[in-house]
Design a binder for this molecule. Structure first.
Ligand SMILES: Nc1ncnc2c1ncn2[C@@H]1O[C@H](COP(=O)(O)OP(=O)(O)OP(=O)(O)O)[C@@H](O)[C@H]1O
Ligand SMILES: [Mg+2]
Length: 520
C-alpha cells in the first residue's frame, strides 16, 4: 500500500482526532505507526504465526484499544497467557512504545467450570452442527442430531441442558421417530454422558449467558480445559449466540463487539462441510450485526481456504513450516497479499519475534499492501496473572448470577448449591445415564457383530482385488509393456497366438497323429 496516498492508515503522527477511529498496532519505523481503522474490523481478521512469535501480544494490543473506545471485547484465552488485561503493564522499550501509557482495564473473567463467572449456553441455541462437532459425531450420527433438533422445534420441546437432550433422544427412540436408528442414538448418548463426566457438561444449562452481560472487556480463561476441541468451540458457541440474537446495525465507525478466537485451528482441523458452511455463513452475516471476529492460530494449514478468504485484516508472524502441505499453504498465504516490494514469502520465514506483516482494507475495500510492523508492547501486563487477581477484577454480581452449580472435583458430577429442584434434576440425570448405558449395552453386541461382518466383507473384497491384480492385471500389463517396447515382438506374439489357436482347433487331429506314431 502506498502510505502517502492513505495517510489515515499509516501516519507519522497519531492525531488526537484519529485516536477513536484507528487501532495503532505497531511501528513501521521509529516515527511511523501502523494502524487499522476500527470500521474495517468487522470484515474479520487473522493473527497467525508459529509458537512464541507474538500472536497473543498483537491480540492484546488490538483488544485493549477496542475496549478503550467502548467496543465489547471477548477474548478466549486458551493457555492463560492473555489474562493480563486487569493489571497495568511495564513501560515499553522505545522501539515498541505507542501513544498510550501503561494502564489496567476493568475485565470480567469467565470459565467453563467452577472459576470466575461461568459461561453457559442452551443446547437448543447452539444447534446441531456445533453440537456434532463438540461430540465428534460421524455424518450418520450428525444427521440423527439434526433430526433431534428439528423434532424439538416441531414439537416445541425444551432442550436447554444435557439431561433434556438425553431425554429427547430417548423419547425419539421410544416413539419410533422416522429415520432414527437406536444404535446411532446410543452412541450419541454415550458421547453426551462422557462429555458430562469430563466436566464439559458445565457449558450447558441455566443460567444461560445473557449477551448483555458481556459489556466491556471479557476473557474466557480456558487454561483448566484439557480437550483441544472444546477450547476452540466455546467461542464458536458465543458466535452462534450473537448471530442468533443481535440485531442488524449496518455500517458504523467501529464494531459493537469483537471476538478473539484463540487456537482456532482445533475447531477447523478435519472439520466437515456443514461446519465450514455454518462458519462461513455466520462470518458473512455477522459483520452487518457489527461483530468483528479474529482467528488466532499457529497453523493456518488447518483453517479452510473458504474461511481464510473471509478474513480481511491479516497480522501474520513468521511461520515455521515443515510439511509439503504447509509450504503450499504458505505460498498461497503470501500470494493473498497484494503485490509489493516486500518478498512476503521470505519475510514469513524470517521475521523476528514481535514483528508481523500486516495488511487490511483500504477505503475502496481492497486489500492494502503488506507492511512489516514492530508490534507495540501491550499497555496491560504480559505476565500470567494469578486466579485471585482475576477473581477480584470480575464483577461479583456476575459471579453470583452464573455460579449456581459447581462441579465436584474429579467426580464430574454436578452438585447443587442451594436449589431443591436442582437436586431432583441431578437425580433424574443419573437415572437417564443408567438407562442409557443399559440400552447401549444391548445395542453394542449387535454393533460388534455388524462391525465384524463389515470387516470380513472388506477383507474378502480386498483379497479378491489383490488376486485379480496379481493373476491377471499385473502380468497382462507387463506383457503389454514388453510387446510395445519392440514392435516386432507384437508380430511374433500374434504368430504365437495363431499357433496356439491352430493347435487348439486341430487338437483331435494332432492327438490322432501322435496315436499313429505309437509303436506296439
Ligand atoms: N509486541 C511485543 N512486545 C513485547 N514483547 C513481545 C511482543 N511480542 C512478543 N513478545 C515477546 O515474545 C513472547 C511470546 O509472545 P506471545 O506470547 O505473544 O507468543 P504467541 O505467538 O502467542 O505464542 P503461543 O503460540 O505459544 O501462544 C512474549 O512473552 C514477549 O516476551
Ligand atoms: Mg499465545
Amino acid at each position: 500500500m502506498d502510505t502517502n496516498k492513505n495517510p489515515d492508515f499509516y501516519s507519522s503522527q497519531v492525531a488526537h482526532s484519529q485516536a477513536d477511529l484507528i487501532a495503532i498496532l505497531g511501528k513501521i519505523s521509529d516515527n511511523r505507526f501502523a494502524s487499522i481503522p476500527f470500521k474495517y474490523l468487522n470484515r474479520h481478521g487473522l493473527i497467525a504465526g508459529s509458537t512464541g512469535t507474538g500472536k497473543s501480544r498483537a491480540m492484546q494490543v488490538l483488544a485493549e484499544q477496542l475496549s478503550n473506545v467502548g467496543v465489547n471485547v471477548f477474548v478466549s484465552d486458551v493457555k492463560g497467557d492473555a489474562s493480563g488485561f486487569c493489571v497495568a503493564g511495564n513501560e515499553p522499550d522505545k522501539d515498541r512504545s505507542g501513544p498510550f501509557k501503561p494502564h489496567s482495564i476493568k475485565t470480567n473473567y469467565w470459565s467453563v467450570g467452577d472459576r470466575f463467572a461461568q459461561l453457559r449456553f442452551s443446547v437448543n441455541e447452539i444447534g446441531p452442527v456445533l453440537m456434532s462437532r463438540l461430540l465428534s459425531l460421524n455424518p450418520t450420527q450428525e444427521s440423527h442430531l439434526a433430526l433431534a433438533f428439528s423434532y424439538v422445534k416441531r414439537n416445541k420441546k425444551q432442550m436447554d441442558n444435557l439431561d433434556q437432550f438425553l431425554s429427547i433422544l430417548d423419547e425419539m427412540v421410544k416413539t419410533n421417530q422416522k429415520g432414527i436408528s437406536g444404535s446411532s442414538i446410543s452412541v450419541i448418548e454415550r458421547k453426551i454422558i462422557a462429555m458430562q463426566e469430563s466436566g464439559l457438561g458445565n457449558l450447558f444449562g441455566a443460567p444461560f449467558l445473557d449477551i448483555g452481560d458481556l459489556h466491556g472487556m471479557n476473557v474466557l480463561n480456558l487454561s483448566n480445559v484439557r480437550n483441544n476441541l472444546s477450547v476452540s468451540i466455546a467461542p464458536a458457541f458465543l458466535l452462534q449466540l450473537l448471530f442468533n440474537t443481535l440485531p442488524e446495525v449496518g455500517d458504523s465507525d467501529k464494531p459493537k463487539f469483537a471476538i478473539f478466537f484463540d487456537e482456532a485451528h482445533y475447531l477447523f482441523k478435519d472439520a466437515n462441510k456443514s461446519l465450514r458452511d455454518l462458519m462461513i455463513n455466520i462470518l458473512k452475516q455477522i459483520r452487518s450485526k457489527g461483530v468483528a471476529v479474529f482467528f488466532i492460530t499457529q497453523d493456518v494449514t488447518d483453517i479452510p481456504e473458504e474461511i481464510l478468504s473471509q478474513l480481511s485484516t491479516k497480522i501474520i508472524f513468521s511461520q515455521k513450516i515443515f510439511t509439503q502441505k504447509g509450504t503450499q499453504r504458505l505460498k498461497a498465504l503470501s500470494n493473498s497479499f497484494p503485490k509489493s516490494n516486500i518478498d512476503v514469502l521470505e519475510k514469513l520465514k524470517t521475521m523476528p519475534t514481535g514483528v508481523a506483516l500486516i495488511s487490511t482494507l483500504n477505503s475502496n475495500g481492497n486489500q492494502t499492501e503488506p507492511k512489516e510492523v514492530r508490534i507495540l508492547t501491550p499497555t496491560t501486563t504480559m505476565e500470567i496473572v494469578s486466579d485471585d487477581v482475576l477473581l477480584d477484577s470480575t464483577d461479583q454480581a456476575l459471579i453470583r448470577k452464573y455460579q449456581i452449580m459447581v462441579s465436584k472435583k474429579n467426580s464430574g458430577q454436578l452438585q447443587s448449591k442451594n436449589k431443591p429442584e436442582q437436586e431432583s434434576q441431578y437425580k433424574s440425570k443419573e437415572k437417564i445415564i443408567k438407562k442409557t448405558i443399559k440400552n447401549e449395552r444391548a445395542f453394542s453386541i449387535w454393533d460388534l457383530i455388524f462391525k465384524f461382518l463389515l470387516k470380513l466383507l472388506d477383507f474378502i473384497l480386498k483379497v479378491l482385488g489383490k488376486l485379480f491384480s496379481f493373476v491377471i492385471f499385473k502380468p497382462g500389463k507387463n506383457l503389454f509393456k514388453w510387446l510395445v517396447k519392440k514392435p516386432i515382438r507384437i508380430l511374433w506374439f500374434l504368430l504365437f497366438l495363431l499357433l496356439v489357436y491352430a493347435i487348439v482347433v486341430n487338437w483331435e487331429i494332432i492327438q490322432g497323429f501322435f496315436g499313429l506314431l505309437k509303436f506296439d
